[in-house]
Design a binder for this molecule. Structure first.
Ligand SMILES: Cc1cc2nc3c(=O)[nH]c(=O)nc-3n(C[C@H](O)[C@H](O)[C@H](O)COP(=O)(O)OP(=O)(O)OC[C@H]3O[C@@H](n4cnc5c(N)ncnc54)[C@H](O)[C@@H]3O)c2cc1C
Length: 489
């Protein structure tokens, strides 16, 4: 494969490149191709903004506002004259016709395709859990989590029944990876520092925060002593870690967990999901329509130059891709992987156009990090691993450095500095999920109504299942009785 030449014919005077997805991989591919001779680029994204997902939990827990970590894709690419931006949902790709289908009848033909549509949540076959336990992937989900967390305190404050109040003040986070740890730590911080003086009937410090992890330890991808350090840091913030615990059901009023034989229920009104991701649904479509091979977890297997075997004009990147070469395990779903892949795929397209040989991709691993709370984080690189304040400062500067746009960097830095000094959180707004014109909405009672509706639906489902079971048992009994009487005869 090394230094192989792949020729892709151009359909016009310039090579047309379609980039699907304006996340880390897509935006970096488009920027690298920007203002380059011989290419015309169209980037298609279902949203109008590029989102810095590593800081989403800060929006979910009211430390930052959505606009601090998201930038319009148009603005990001405004100085690249050969790049146009289309807002649309890539629904399918016909690899043989070289055609991208998006939003209704829209379609675009390409000479090169860069697929970078990322991943979504995986509920391990239980998609019905999503409404009770939202995950964190988009601005909408972050503001929904913010609404649920802040609303729980509001409802607890006015709730006379101590049992119900306890339910409001119990938060369950499922999944002990970096996102789960960051969410749990941030809820801990809110309850320990931010809200302590704001309520009269409840003491936010008595809030229960439970972090459930199926494996033996949190932050499994990190060194064991960092994971132990993170656990100690979380415990200081009031987080209880339940490791080796599997969630078996998620309901509007809490979760069930344990094994088949021993089940335990946690009554909680706020449950958050951070347990798993799966690549874009386009992967399964492409497996079916074009026979692309999927690796573990459903990611598309790609060649060392990042193109798809059999389709040298198609590149699949970031969270959608399965890259396993030179004996390394699959590259993880991380922003630096996607960024480096985006730049590399674009450079390979330019190499093709300039009749040069394509280069193989080599990931430069700069390490991983996760925050635990205020002035506490863990950092792991190839050579060293450490935690505490130094790690937190490193985390802070890396995240500010990678944020797109000078304005965002400055705003985030000022807000963090302010929150650090005052222990406050500026974005503690409860916003409505469904805006309706000219209708006054009592959000608290709507939350309650939604809860009762969800409970009623669940009750109905359980009753109907019971009825079905009873009918089946009756039928079986009848059939058995019939069989017995026939034998007697
Ligand atoms: C909460 C959270 C925290 C994280 N923290 C870290 C961290 O600390 N460090 C780290 O390195 N990584 C972190 N990650 C992982 C990192 O964000 C991802 O690995 C990275 O975003 C992958 O980049 P991507 O370009 O493949 O996909 P994405 O960045 O997810 O971009 C995909 C883009 O495609 C668009 N899209 C999706 N489907 C379609 C479609 N059908 N049509 C059109 N557009 C579509 C989306 O709108 C999006 O803009 C985190 C992820 C999350 C969710």
């Amino acid at each position: 494969m090394k230094n192989e030449m792949k020729t892709v014919e151009s359909s016009g005077p310039k090579h047309v490149v379609i980039v699907g997805g304006g996340g880390f991989a897509g935006i970096n591919a488009a920027r690298t191709l920007g203002n380059q001779k011989g290419v015309r680029v169209t980037i298609v994204d279902q949203r109008n903004h590029h989102l810095f997902q590593p800081l989403l939990y800060q929006v979910a827990l009211a430390a930052l506002s959505p606009a601090d970590i998201a930038s319009p894709i148009r603005t990001v690419l405004s100085d690249t004259k050969n790049v146009e931006v289309f807002m649309g949902n890539v629904e399918n790709v016909d690899l043989k016709k070289r055609e991208v289908q998006f939003g209704g009848d829209g379609h675009l033909n390409y000479d090169y395709l860069v697929m970078a549509c990322g991943a979504s949540h995986s509920y391990f076959g239980r998609d019905d859990w999503e409404s009770f336990a939202p995950g964190l992937k988009s601005v909408e989900e972050a503001t929904e989590i913010r609404r649920r967390v802040l609303m729980a305190f509001e409802l607890a404050e006015r709730e006379p029944d101590p049992e119900l109040r306890k339910q409001y003040l119990t938060f369950v986070i499922i999944g002990g990876g970096p996102t789960g740890v960051e969410l749990a730590g941030a809820i801990g911080e809110i309850t320990r520092y931010t809200l302590t003086r704001d309520f009269r009937n409840i003491d936010p410090r008595l809030t229960r925060i439970i972090l459930i992890e199926a494996g033996p330890r949190i932050l499994a991808g990190f060194h064991e002593d960092l994971s132990a350090k993170a656990a100690r840091g979380l415990e200081k913030l009031g987080v209880t870690i339940w490791s080796n615990t599997r969630v078996t059901d998620v309901r509007p009023d809490g979760v069930m967990c344990g094994s088949e034989r021993v089940q335990e229920s946690i009554q909680a009104r706020t449950v958050l999901w951070a347990a798993g991701v799966r690549p874009s649904a386009l992967n399964a479509k492409l497996e079916q329509s074009a026979g692309l091979e999927l690796g573990p977890g459903g990611r598309i297997k790609i060649d060392p130059d990042l193109s798809v075997p059999g389709f040298p004009e198609v590149f699949v990147l970031g969270d959608q891709a399965n890259f396993t070469h030179y004996g390394i395990p699959t590259l993880p779903g991380l922003a630096p992987v996607a960024i480096q892949m985006g730049r590399h795929a674009a450079k390979n397209i330019l190499r093709d156009i300039r009749n040069k040989q394509r280069a193989e991709f080599h990931y430069a691993d700069k390490g991983s990090m996760a925050t635990i709370g205020r002035a506490d984080a863990v950092v792991q690189t190839k050579l060293l691993h450490f935690g505490g304040l130094t790690a937190w400062l490193a985390w802070l500067f890396v995240h500010i450095f990678y944020l797109i746009g000078f304005k965002n960097r400055l705003l985030v830095f000022i807000q963090w500095f302010w929150s650090y000094m005052t222990l406050g959180r500026g974005a503690r707004l409860i916003t409505s999920r469904n805006w309706k014109p000219e209708r006054r909405v009592d959000m608290a009672s709507r939350y309650e109504q939604a809860f009762h509706r969800a409970m009623a639906t669940r009750k109905k489902a359980v009753a109907s299942k019971k009825k079905q079971k009873a009918a089946a048992a009756k039928k079986k009994k009848k059939a058995a009785a019939k069989g017995r009487s026939a034998t007697r005869k």
